[in-house]
Write a protein that binds this ligand. Structure first.
Ligand code: ADP
Ligand code: MG
Length: 365
C-alpha cells in the first residue's frame, strides 16, 4: 500500500555505472543524464567539488589539494564512498529536475547495472549505497544481461548469445542462454588501454609525452583497427571512395621527452593502428577464449548469429572486421553502443516480471 503511495511521487531510476560514463534512465522519460564517471574532491576532507563533466575537465589539471577519482576503475568499485556519493547525487538530481518531492521522501525504485566481475561484497555495497541514497528498493542487474536486453535480443530462448561490451576500463565478454549467464569474463582491458597504448607508442617512436585526454581524442578521430579496403561496397562516386580510402592524420601536442619543451607532431592513422594492434589482439584472444569455454551447442548458435558488439570501444573503426578476420566469427555492431546497458535497464524497470527474472540482488529495504 505504502509502496504504491510513494511511487506516485517518485521516479523509478535506472543507472548504468560505467567505468567511463554514467547514464541515468527515468521511467517514462528515457535517458536523462549522461556524464563521465568522474568525481573531484578535496584530498584531505574528501569533500566533493564536482561530479561528471565538470570533474572530468579537471583531470590532470588539479592543484595538489584536489584529486579526481573514477570510482569504478577497472570495473570494480575502487572507491566506495565516491561511488555512493555519485549514486546519491544522481538520484537527487533526477528528483530536483522532476520538480517533485526530494528523493529522501519519495523513495524511488532504483536499478543499477554492474559488471559481472563485481564481487558479492561489492554488490552488497552498491546495493546499500543506493538504499542509503534514498532508494525504496534497489536492484542490481548484470551488465551483459542488460546490454543484451537493450539490444532487443530475446535472452530467455534456449539459444546461445555472445555479447562483448568494450567500455572504458573493462571489456565484458559473456555467453547468455535461457535468461542466464553461462560463461563470462570481465577483462581489464578496454578503451583506456587503447589510449595508453597510443601514449606508449608515441613516446617510444617520437619521444613525445602526451596526456590521456589527447590520446583518447586521437583514437576517436583517426583510430582504426583494420585497414580500409576498397571491397566495401558503396554507392558513392569514385572521388568519395578515394577520399574514404585515404588514411587520415592528426597533429598532436605534447612534451618532448628530452628537452621537456612543448612539441607537436603529425601522427598518421597507420601509426595509430600499429599502436592499437597489441591491445586489440589481446581482446580478440580473450573473446576466442570465452567462446572455447562455452558448451558446443551454444558455440554453434553464436557462429550462426554472430557476436553482438557494444560499448564505446566498439566504435573503433574496423574493429568488427578485425574480429571477423582473426576469430572467424560474424559480428553484429550495436547502433547505439554507449546506451545499450542503460536502455536494457530501462526496459527492465518498465516490466516487473522481467525485473524479477534478471535481477541479481534486490528487494525491499
Ligand atoms: P563504460 O561502460 O566503461 O563507462 P563506455 O561504453 O561509455 O564505457 O565507453 C567508453 C569508452 O569508449 C572510452 O574509452 C572512449 O574513449 C571510447 N570511445 C568513445 N567513442 C569512441 C570512438 N568513436 N572510437 C573508439 N573509442 C571510442
Ligand atoms: Mg558500460
Amino acid at each position: 500500500m505504502l509502496d504504491k503511495f510513494f511511487s506516485l511521487f517518485s521516479h523509478d531510476i535506472g543507472i548504468d555505472l560505467g567505468t567511463a560514463n554514467t547514464l541515468v534512465w527515468v521511467k517514462g522519460k528515457g535517458i536523462v543524464i549522461r556524464e563521465p564517471s568522474v568525481l573531484a574532491m578535496h584530498k584531505k576532507t574528501k569533500k566533493i567539488i564536482a561530479i561528471g563533466s565538470e570533474a572530468k575537465k579537471m583531470v590532470g589539471k588539479t592543484p595538489s589539494s584536489i584529486i579526481t577519482v573514477s570510482p569504478l576503475r577497472g570495473g570494480v568499485i575502487a572507491d566506495f564512498d565516491a561511488t555512493s556519493a555519485m549514486i546519491s547525487h544522481y538520484i537527487q538530481e533526477v528528483h530536483e529536475v522532476g520538480n517533485i518531492l526530494p528523493a529522501a521522501w519519495s523513495h524511488p525504485k532504483v536499478a543499477i547495472g554492474i559488471p559481472s566481475s563485481v564481487t558479492e561484497v561489492e554488490r552488497r555495497a552498491v546495493w546499500e549505497a543506493a538504499l542509503n541514497a534514498g532508494a525504496r528498493e534497489a536492484f542490481l542487474i548484470e551488465e551483459p544481461m542488460a546490454a543484451a536486453i537493450g539490444e532487443n535480443v530475446s535472452v530467455f530462448q534456449p539459444t546461445g548469445i555472445m555479447i562483448v561490451d568494450i567500455g572504458g576500463g573493462t571489456t565484458e565478454i559473456a555467453v547468455l542462454s535461457l535468461g542466464g549467464i553461462v560463461v563470462s569474463k570481465s577483462l581489464r582491458l578496454a578503451g583506456l588501454d587503447m589510449d595508453k597504448a597510443i601514449i606508449h607508442y608515441v613516446r617510444l617512436k617520437h619521444g613525445l609525452i602526451m596526456g590521456e585526454a589527447t590520446a583518447e581524442d586521437v583514437k576517436i578521430k583517426i583510430g582504426s583497427a583494420y585497414q580500409r579496403n576498397a571491397k566495401v561496397k558503396s554507392q558513392k562516386s569514385k572521388e568519395e571512395e578515394k577520399e574514404n580510402l585515404r588514411e587520415k592524420m592528426e597533429i598532436v601536442r605534447g612534451r618532448d621527452i628530452e628537452t621537456g619543451l612543448p612539441k607537436s607532431l603529425r601522427l598518421t592513422e597507420v601509426e595509430v593502428r600499429e599502436a592499437l594492434a597489441p591491445v586489440l589482439g589481446e581482446i580478440i584472444e580473450e573473446i576466442a577464449g570465452v567462446l572455447r569455454e562455452a558448451p558446443p551447442e551454444l558455440t554453434n548458435d553464436i557462429l550462426t548469429h554472430g557476436i553482438l558488439l557494444t560499448g564505446g570501444g566498439s566504435m573503433l573503426r574496423g574493429l568488427d572486421q578485425l574480429i571477423i578476420e582473426r576469430a572467424h566469427i560474424p559480428v553484429v555492431l550495436s547502433e547505439d553502443p554507449l546506451t545499450s546497458v542503460v536502455r536494457g535497464i530501462g526496459k527492465v524497470l518498465e516490466d516487473d516480471k522481467l525485473l524479477e527474472r534478471v535481477k541479481v540482488v534486490g528487494g525491499l529495504k
